[in-house]
Each structure stands twice: as C-alpha cells, then as structure tokens.
Design a protein around this ligand. Structure first.
Ligand SMILES: *Cc1c(COP(=O)(O)O)cnc(C)c1O
Length: 408
C-alpha cells in the first residue's frame, strides 16, 4: 500500500462525513448543485493570514499571488486581509479590476508581457516588475504614448536559489528577471526616465518546506537588495522579497516553522543597512495562503476490479487536479492527501486507486492507497486543492469543462 499525503489540520467529521464550515460533504455538493466541486474555506484562509501576521515582523507587508486561485469570492475575501496583490497576466489584472481592487495595491510580474498588457497596467497605475531591459523600453514607450508616469520596479534574477524549492525561479540563466549584475545600470536608466521608481522584486523560488533555507534566502535577498541599492546610489523605496513558503502535500512533509522564519526575518530587519532603513518590504504568497483551505469533491461513478486491483472511478480528474495527478512539475508521482469524504471516520479496509474520468493512464488521483470500502455514489475529497487546482489544470481537456467553485 502506498501512503497518502497528510490531511491539513482543521478538517472535521459530522455524521461520519468530512465537513467544511459546518457543512457535510453531501450538503456542499447539494449547495454546488453538481460534482466535481472545489470548496474553499473562508475561515481557513482568515486563520492563515492571521497566523502569518502574528509570526512575521509588523513591518512586513503581505501580498497575494493571484495565480494560485483567482476565484472572485476568494479575491474579495483577501482584499481587506492582505496589503497587496501580484498578478502575472493582463487576464489576472482584469479579474482584480473587476473586483475593484485599487491599482496602487497591484504589481504585475511575469515574462512576455504584451504591449496590450503593458498598456492595461501602466494606464491603470499598476506597478510593473520589469523582466528585462527590452521590457523596460516597451513600458516606457507605452507610458509616453499614454502620457502617464509609469510605476516601475525591476525583477532581479538573484545569484542564488531557494534550497528545497519545488520550482526554482532564480540563480543562473533564467527567463525571469534581470541578472543582478545588470540591475544597477537599468535602474539608473529607469530613474532617469522620470518613471516612479518602485524598487526590486526578488523571487528565488517557491514551495520550500525547509524553514532554515527560507530564512537564509530572505537574508541573502536583503543583502542583495542592499548591495544593488548602494550601486544605484539611492535608498530603495520598495522590495518584494518573493515568497517560497510551501505547504505539505506528500507523505512525510512537515509544515514550515513560521516562528523560526518570522524571528530570523525580524533579526535581519533589526540589522538593516542605512540604505534599506525606510524600504517597504513584502512577501508574496499564493499557495501558503489558500492551498490548504481548499478541497476538491468528486463522486465515484464506477467501482471495478482489474487483475485483482480495485479502481474507484470518479467524475473528476486531472483536468481539475493536474498537480494531484502528478503531472505538474513533479518527477516521481506521490499521493496527495485524499480521502473518502462520505466515510471520513471509517477505518481503512482495502487498497484501491482513485482514477479520474479522462481516458488516459495519467489520470490518477490516488495510487494503491488504503481507504474504507467505497462504492458508486460515495464522495472522494482531494485536499490541498485551494491553490493551482482550478487555475492550473487543463479544464477543457476531453471536453469536461471547469468544476464548480464555492467559498463557504
Ligand atoms: C508563482 C509565483 C508566486 C506564488 O508562488 P506560491 O508558491 O503559490 O506561493 C509568487 N510570486 C511569483 C513571482 C510567482 O511567479
């Protein structure tokens, strides 16, 4: 039998069923009107932000990286809770504009910004995190055309990586950001152009559970920011320290030690060099804020045996859960936390695999794991579905379309 990932804390049983915000799984499905459905817990997200605020130095601002979960009601919930939003496309920016998020609270990073996206962002007064000198030229030309002063920051490709990071976004040759050595010259050019100079965005990686490595990376990021600001020769207005905080998805994963990361950052803030004394710092996070707050509920439509193995075939699949199926940036497929939601307090009775409804062997949500005996009509829950589920899966594949989403 293969182990399942750890179920995040905070999930309870009512009448034998998994429950979120006082609603049993069967009630959540009734509210949604159909399966599969993503259910996001508002209380879980609020608690998460509160814990971060408690652990982190007061001077640190918190930003939400919209790509993790751009669902409108989630954005609305986070709007008063976080200090800013980070988008990675004109489409995400449109979502925020549609929810009336103030442009001064938004920054836009991401390679390959089109001129239409630059116009949308510069026109609205959003901060652009410039990914290259070429993009700086295009942004300045767009601002000229529109007759506005652009708010510009430079995304720095740091000369280091976040250790234990699931997705490396810095160190060595990268399509993201401007190599650290090139930053001072570009920054001087941006400042000389009359743009509103916003500072740096330094993102070294994502999904790390190594608390000491996160703290070291943040310290190295502050050193780099100080060095670059000194070379530019003026105090740095703003510095986005990236994110990097991961969540446990797989067997054996342990959560980040927030207290350790927070106290090390507080120490580093105490020792800031003069040139960073007045700098406003932020962390940008997607999955850490919303990942564990979401579950994906899907119904078993068939139970079958093949060569002695049990398959529970559900009406959802990798078209909503690409990462849980092991096909989004993982090398070795391991099981996410998955449970029979309609028998949440029942003991393990058999080994089974949960497979999706797509006609591909890739569509597997749990492989040879232990479950209570489940049958057609039972509900399966995939946990850690609040981030990069609906937003990072090929919903159109095989014509199934998106799942319903629900914030409770
Ligand atoms: C993806 C991304 C994030 C969010 O990463 P999480 O792992 O969801 O916290 C933040 N900033 C940038 C620049 C990103 O590309």
């Amino acid at each position: 039998m293969k182990p399942l990932g750890p179920i995040p804390p905070g999930y309870v049983t009512i009448d034998g069923e998994l429950a979120v915000a006082g609603h049993k799984a069967s009630e959540l499905v009734a509210i949604a009107g159909s399966t599969p459905v993503f259910v996001y817990s508002a209380a879980h997200i609020e608690r998460r932000v509160a814990r971060l605020r408690e652990a982190m130095p007061e001077r640190l601002a918190l930003h939400y990286a919209v790509k993790a979960n751009p669902f409108g009601p989630v954005v609305d919930l986070l709007d008063p809770l976080v200090d800013g939003f980070d988008v990675a496309s004109g489409g995400e920016l449109s979502i925020l504009q549609g929810r009336s998020v103030a442009a001064e609270r938004i920054s836009f990073a991401g390679p390959g910004k089109r001129d239409t996206e630059l116009e949308q962002a510069v026109g609205a007064g959003v901060t652009l995190n410039l990914e290259s000198a070429g993009e700086a030229d295009r942004a300045l030309a767009v601002a000229d055309r529109l007759g506005v002063t652009p708010r510009l920051a430079i995304r720095v490709n740091p000369d280091f990586d976040l250790k234990g990071s699931g997705m490396k976004m810095g160190g060595g040759a990268k399509p993201f950001g401007v190599d650290a050595a090139e930053v001072p010259a570009l920054a001087r050019r941006v400042i000389a152009s009359g743009a509103e100079w916003q500072g740096f965005h330094i993102f070294a990686g994502s999904q790390s559970l190594d608390s000491a490595a996160i703290a070291e990376t943040q310290a190295a990021t502050l050193d780099l920011a100080a060095r670059l600001a000194s070379e530019i020769g003026q105090a740095l207005p703003h510095c986005n320290l990236g994110g990097g905080l991961g969540i446990p998805y797989f067997p054996g994963d342990e959560p980040v030690d927030l207290a350790l990361v927070g106290s090390r950052l507080a120490d580093a803030f105490e020792r800031l060099p003069e040139i960073l004394r007045e700098t406003r710092f932020c962390l940008e996070m997607g999955r850490y804020l919303v990942g564990e707050a979401g579950i994906y509920l899907t119904q078993i439509v068939d139970r079958k045996a093949s060569h002695g193995e049990i398959f529970l075939v559900v009406d959802g699949g990798l078209h909503h859960q690409l990462a849980a199926s092991g096909n989004f940036g993982t090398v070795v497929r391991r099981n996410y936390p998955v449970a029979i939601a309609s028998r949440f307090d029942s003991p393990v009775e058999e080994q089974a695999s949960v497979v999706g409804c797509l006609c591909t062997p890739l569509d597997r949500l749990a492989d040879k794991a232990g479950f209570p005996k489940a049958d057609v009509g039972d509900l399966v829950a995939v946990f850690c579905a609040g981030a990069y589920g609906a937003s990072a899966s090929p919903a159109q594949f095989l014509g199934h379309g998106p799942a319903v989403e629900l914030l409770v």
